[in-house]
Write a protein that binds this ligand. Structure first.
Ligand SMILES: O=P(O)(O)OC[C@H]1O[C@H](O)[C@H](O)[C@@H](O)[C@@H]1O
Length: 300
């Protein structure tokens, strides 16, 4: 749908409007009674969510590309049908095709004080070229004081659909050196910064002193990100996700400002590796993350 049609069909005065970047990417600007948000149609990519009275909850790189076919750095990219590199020896973009394809807005409504949006993705020329011809994706966002992200996958093939998926969320933090994450204490992990070695559970909250890229498998636990310097707590509660990935590159990436890694942490709601999903013909699978933010008192 073109920009004009989107505004004709879906705009809600004062709440939802569509705009276009000079590079041609269409995005939705959201203002609800309790939050603001921005979502790009490319990737159904949420790039901002800010409850009233809070600092932005999502990190967005100031050097991100906003170009057709290039991933946006920050916000909440959707990885599908694989996480990071493709494992079957075939070529394909990092984190799959879903984050660089244009999704379709199917539904927008203000219900109570929350804005509900649903984006869909069906097979495209790119997905078919990569061997994915029989899937349907629906991405439901509920935007308000809390944020709900739900990715539903349907298999409309006669054979099983095998996939990985991620809500690869970049959270904004004041200073990564003063951040801890709780929830993953009892869980062993694959250390991607150390040749994919399996490491034992730390039995302690996670803190950050260097490059961190960890895949925690078989965990559906709620994670809490304690942002000491920002004096707030971000809680990520998940459903139907058995993998959590925690990522900070500890240096600038090509599409990130020099020191911006100080201000971000990915705590990702994922099904990958041992938790790869096999979906029977005609079945659907819905993975969800609910994010909430609270201020924490100053401790003397
Ligand atoms: O550069 P991207 O394709 O966006 O990937 C960014 C990062 O995503 C995940 O967190 C992976 O675990 C990392 O290994 C990867 O570097």
């Amino acid at each position: 749908m073109e920009l004009t049609q989107l505004n004709e069909h879906f705009a809600i005065p004062g709440v939802l409007a569509f705009h276009q970047t000079p590079s041609g990417l269409i995005y939705a600007d959201v203002t609800t009674p309790h939050a603001t948000a921005t979502i790009y149609l490319q990737g159904a990519h949420l790039t901002a969510w800010q409850p009233a009275g809070e600092q932005p909850v999502l990190f967005l790189s100031r050097k991100s590309d906003f170009e057709q076919g290039k991933p946006i750095r920050g916000g909440a990219p959707i990885a599908f049908p694989w996480f990071a590199n493709r494992h079957d020896g075939k070529a394909g973009p990092s984190h799959g095709f879903a984050r660089i394809q244009d999704w379709t807005l199917a539904f927008a409504a203000l219900a109570g004080e929350d804005l509900h949006l649903t984006f869909t993705l069906a097979p495209t020329a790119m997905s078919r070229e990569l061997g994915f011809d029989n899937f349907r994706l629906a991405y439901r966002l509920v935007i308000g004081r809390t944020l709900t992200m739900q990715l539903a996958v349907a298999n409309d093939a006669a054979t099983p659909l095998v996939f990985e998926e991620a809500l690869h969320t970049y959270y904004a933090v004041d200073d990564i050196h003063e951040v801890t994450v709780t929830g993953l204490e009892p869980t062993p992990f694959i250390d991607k910064t150390d040749a994919m070695r399996e490491k034992p559970a730390a039995h302690a909250p996670l803190s950050f002193t260097g490059p961190t890229d960890r895949v925690y498998q078989n965990t559906a636990v709620t994670c809490v990100l304690h942002d000491g310097a920002g004096r707030r707590r971000i809680t990520v509660a998940k459903t139907n996700s058995n993998t959590t990935v925690v990522f900070n590159p500890w240096k600038a990436m090509a599409d990130m400002g020099e020191d911006e890694w100080h201000e971000m942490l990915c705590v990702e709601t994922v099904n990958a590796a041992a938790n790869t999903v096999t979906l029977a013909p005609g079945e659907t699978h819905a993975m969800q993350a609910v994010v909430s933010v609270e201020k924490t008192p100053l401790v003397n």
